[in-house]
Design a protein around this ligand. Structure first.
Ligand SMILES: CC(C)(COP(=O)(O)OP(=O)(O)OC[C@H]1O[C@@H](n2cnc3c(N)ncnc32)[C@H](O)[C@@H]1OP(=O)(O)O)[C@@H](O)C(=O)NCCC(=O)NCCS
Length: 180
């Protein structure tokens, strides 16, 4: 009989893709509200803005027996002018952070997707506490700015590390670490 602490359920697979279905878009907005409104309190009630109408939304979801289960990560990309792309609203659900490299893979698919679409410069406003994370992922720190009352850094992806692979679905077969 098993009498130890019940281990955290670990999904066997995460997939990353572009959100298109209404349920995917609704679930990714709910995750953003949870992270940017409830948790970080950067926005009140709703973090959506005009960029959402033109952005490509990228999601991470858990898979059970090969079928999509829960959306646990998101990021969006948009192109305000030819060949210049921005990424924003990167979020991973709290219980899936630092577990399976979800944040890193969302960034990878975001920048590679933009690169495939002709991006020559990819920028993001990165919250100050995440600057080391982006540096490790081959981003250059260009400037610091205040955004929504919070300190951010303008950072640029080194595109040589983000090839234009043209794939719209990627996966992580299993998280590399157990949660603490
Ligand atoms: C920032 C965030 C997206 C990172 O996602 P994540 O899934 O936890 O990150 P990963 O698991 O892909 O991390 C990859 C590596 O970077 C490290 N890392 C993650 N966040 C880090 C941080 N803020 N500073 C330094 N290192 C960090 C991880 O420990 C991991 O290291 P390892 O490869 O040695 O194990 C997530 O913490 C989050 O959603 N935070 C709240 C919202 C937010 O801050 N959004 C970003 C706005 S700029």
């Amino acid at each position: 009989m098993f009498d130890g602490p019940i281990p955290l359920f670990m999904p066997g697979e995460y997939r990353f893709t572009l959100a298109t279905a209404p349920w995917e878009l609704a679930a990714h907005h709910a995750l953003r509200r949870q992270v940017f409104c409830a948790e970080q309190r950067i926005f009140e009630g709703d973090d959506r803005d005009a960029i959402d109408d033109v952005a490509t939304h990228i999601i991470a979801y858990t898979c059970i027996a090969g079928a999509p289960d829960e959306i646990v990560g998101t990021v969006r990309i948009h192109q305000p002018e030819p060949s210049l792309w921005w990424g924003s609203r990167l979020a991973v659900a709290a219980e899936h952070r630092r577990l399976g490299r979800l944040g890193a893979e969302l960034i990878r698919l975001a920048v590679c997707t933009a690169h495939t679409r002709g991006c020559r410069t990819f920028l993001a406003h990165v919250q100050r506490q995440n600057v080391p994370f982006f540096r490790r992922l081959h981003w250059d720190d260009l400037d610091s700015v205040d955004l929504h009352g919070h300190p951010h850094h303008v950072m640029r992806a080194q595109l040589a590390h983000y090839p234009a692979h043209g794939r719209v679905v990627t996966s992580l077969l299993r998280p590399v670490k157990q949660a603490a």
